[in-house]
Design a protein around this ligand. Structure first.
Ligand code: FRU
Length: 294
């Protein structure tokens, strides 16, 4: 039974198998403490589309007042998002978008902009515009996700202008996972004598590539490894240790997501898109960031 005056907010998280998702859930739970009038129900899709669809169906049956969802992938979750909207439950989508314009709001980072920043930085590291040269291993996130495509497109908007930059792999996906990236990198090392740079679509995969290079005794040859996420205990720490060259902050939309749900419940109108800021993290600022995070 629902306590009088309390609203139910459902949050369908796609997985808790990745550190960024664990932080995301911590962020939304911490924000929930500021909203005693909201009952927050969090589900875990266990990195399976079908499980996440079932979770959303369940939240619809429970008649949540707002549905927050961070989808595993776009295509497979669009239907259930529309089902919620048909049932008059407003939906706020977080981080990975779905393929419908009917949602109330999208909150996430600008992955094209982050990809472009990574591409621009890569060109600079490899010698500068017009002079950049090197062999690049790019490890994709999940192929069915918008962030992976955006991070790829943004990066190539800069690197494809450089005739000296060579892409060694043909769209290989590590599905955001460290162990899969380790395997991709191990094969890439076997097939290529010279690898100058790795671009991982997230930090766990960039770190997986670093570990593969280290185990192959070639970590010193790989001059630059770039990731994305910038969690203090992960990317920022790896950058400060020199294991990664750079990462880009990709803040979780957990706290903002719940704040926006609370606004909606008060009858306020939401902006269609909220874009979370990013920043470049290198050895120059990594220790300062770690200090601030205590
Ligand atoms: C976690 C994650 C992050 C990445 C984001 C992209 O599941 O893979 O590492 O930045 O999802 O959607």
């Amino acid at each position: 039974a629902r306590a009088a005056g309390k609203s139910k907010v459902g949050f369908s998280q796609c997985t808790t198998l990745e550190p960024w998702r664990v932080q995301f859930n911590k962020d939304i739970q911490a924000e929930a403490k500021n909203h005693p009038d909201i009952d927050l129900i969090i589900t875990d899709g266990q990195d399976k589309t079908q499980k996440q669809v079932a979770d959303c169906d369940n939240l619809i049956v429970q008649q949540v007042n707002v549905l927050l969802i961070s989808p595993k992938e776009s295509a497979g979750l669009t239907g259930v998002v529309e089902k919620a909207i048909d049932a008059k439950i407003p939906v706020i989508v977080l981080d990975r978008n779905v393929d419908t314009k009917r949602i109330t709001q999208f909150i996430g980072g600008d992955n094209v902009a982050i990809g472009k920043a990574a591409g621009e930085h890569a060109v600079k590291l490899l010698g500068g515009p017009g002079k950049a040269a090197g062999n690049v291993v790019e490890i994709w996130g999940g192929m069915g996700t918008q962030p992976a495509h955006d991070r790829h497109d943004g990066f190539h908007a800069f690197t494809d202008k450089e005739p000296g930059i060579k892409n060694l792999l043909n769209n290989q996906s590590g599905d955001w996972k460290q162990d899969k990236a380790y395997d991709i990198m191990t094969t890439a090392l076997r097939n290529n004598e010279k690898i100058d740079m790795v671009y991982g679509h997230n930090d766990p995969m960039a770190y997986g590539a670093y570990l593969a290079a280290k185990d192959a005794g070639r970590d010193k040859d790989i001059r630059f490894i770039i990731g994305i996420d910038g969690l203090p205990d992960e990317g920022v720490t790896w950058v400060s240790k020199g294991q990664l060259t750079a990462t880009f902050l990709y803040a979780t939309p957990g706290a903002e997501g719940l704040r926006q749900a609370a606004k909606l419940l008060k009858g306020e109108k939401l902006e269609p898109v909220i874009t979370l800021p990013t920043m470049l993290i290198t050895k120059e600022n990594a220790s300062e960031i770690l200090k601030k995070n205590g």
